[in-house]
Design a protein around this ligand. Sequence first.
Ligand code: ATP
Ligand code: MN
Length: 559
Amino acid sequence: MVKVNCAQTQTTLTTKKCIQMIENGLKPRKNDLAFSGINICKEVYWNLTPAELIEQAILNGEGKLTESGALMCDTGKFTGRSPKDRFIVNDTKTKDTVWWGDINIPISEDHFDRVYNKMIQHNENQKIYVRDAYAGADKTHRLNLRVINTLAWHNLFCHNMFLRPERYKLEGFEPDFTIICCPEFESDPKTDGTRQSNFAIINLTKRIILIGGTAYAGEMKKGVFSVLNFILPHEKGVLSMHCSANIGVEKHDSAIFFGLSGTGKTTLSADPNRQLIGDDEHGWTENNIFNFEGGCYAKVIDLTREKEPEIFDAIRFGAIVENTRFHPDTHSIDYENVSVTENTRTAYPLHHIANVVSPSVGGIPKNIFFLTCDAYGVIPPISKLTQEQAMYHFISGYTAKVAGTEAGITVPQTVFSACFGAPFFPLHPTVYAEMLGEKMSMHNTNVWLINTGWTGGPYGIGTRIKLKYTRAMITAALNDSLLNVGFRQHSIFGISIPMTCPNVPSELLSPRETWKNDIGYYQKANDLARQFIENFKKYREYANDKIMSGEPKENLKYM
Ligand code: ATP
Ligand code: MN
């Protein structure tokens, strides 16, 4: 019997035997696997390079090489995150701070320990890939991550998606947080406190994330995001945001793009005229905005070089494509193939995009975009919000979920998700909203609402707004070309719609005009307004009169 003290978890683990592990790769001098509670496993591969991991993944039968050079892998049963199986350990640290409910589901300390111990035991017979990485491009607010994977391609995903320490820094690496991700390990809902066999459990006290029963790699990325969304606002006074960010080449003006899944954060932040800061997760300090990640996770359904050249060209050796299929004769990726899922994705490191700033930091944003993919076709494609409307819309977080981003969603569904990312925010939404409100008024930031969804009618009748027009509207806002075009107010939402916009047909700017059916349009718009009002009831007690003035009002003429 060997007793090993696990420094990080403060747990004493008892193991039956001690075998000499075969270790490969670049291993830190101190803080070995025992630091993370693992004392035995079959083989350990430390901080392998992308080429080594790709070789391992192929030899293990985890993926195939495509003609582009990218590694193609499947995520198995789960082709999206599983929000109902994401738990936070309820303990003294989180009891009174986390906003518990359907989103932040509590699990007991005992259940966590049970699953943790079972996973450690499970790993005794596994080949393990370890990656030491950072989350947070701003050194002051950085989190040191150690990811322990049983799949080589997952470890490559973490190499691509998190920040990569210089090789010489790895020697003295000290993890702040450990992620243990074993897709082949399943929990037992009868004894483990989980809902079903798959789970993602966050323990903010022991600083561990456990993921099992699912091979959807996005769980690791969004698990770390959830952790930062607790630590940064709560402990460091930094606003954390579910947004992409880029920066103007000439004026160095930063812009951020908030939006739920499928609304266009990744697509619209990849702009040939601007440098990318990051595509999904950022922090806003007193002086800057900074990316949490070191890579992009882009959807690739129907991807073409013509529509999205930056993303298309980023898919090369080192990149991963998930759940796609290739043409068997050439191994070239068939982006139209949705036989596995519509949520086909690529994960590549930021340096695969030519226009990136390094480090991924920018100044205080001059423009904020709220992206919504409105399946009703009601919201104008671009409108300007007052600060009050901005607060109201930020807390509301309206969009329509588009097929495939989460398990079980196949047609668009109306969603209100606070802060444009409720599933990832452990604190009450008003904590983030208040911080954003203070920053917006301090810096007098412009806020724009962009509908990247339907025009000319609702889903089924209308069509999705062309990407080139959405890009033109965003460019116009960023270049100050909408300063003097004249605005009219929407009769229900009160938001200001520009009369004209360079490179966009004017009739597209008014959704009512594109419908060619006034009664139908206003009925749907009233219907959506009522949904906003109903949803906001739960926040009313926290909202002041100014925020409430941003609420839509039904147009009584069309009741
Ligand atoms: P996630 O949080 O899941 O990463 P996201 O906000 O980054 O989501 P994108 O990956 O940018 O969303 O997805 C937007 C998808 O919608 C892309 O596949 C894009 O090609 C498509 N699309 C079609 N029309 C538009 C439009 N007008 N504006 C933006 N995206 C559009
Ligand atoms: Mn994205």
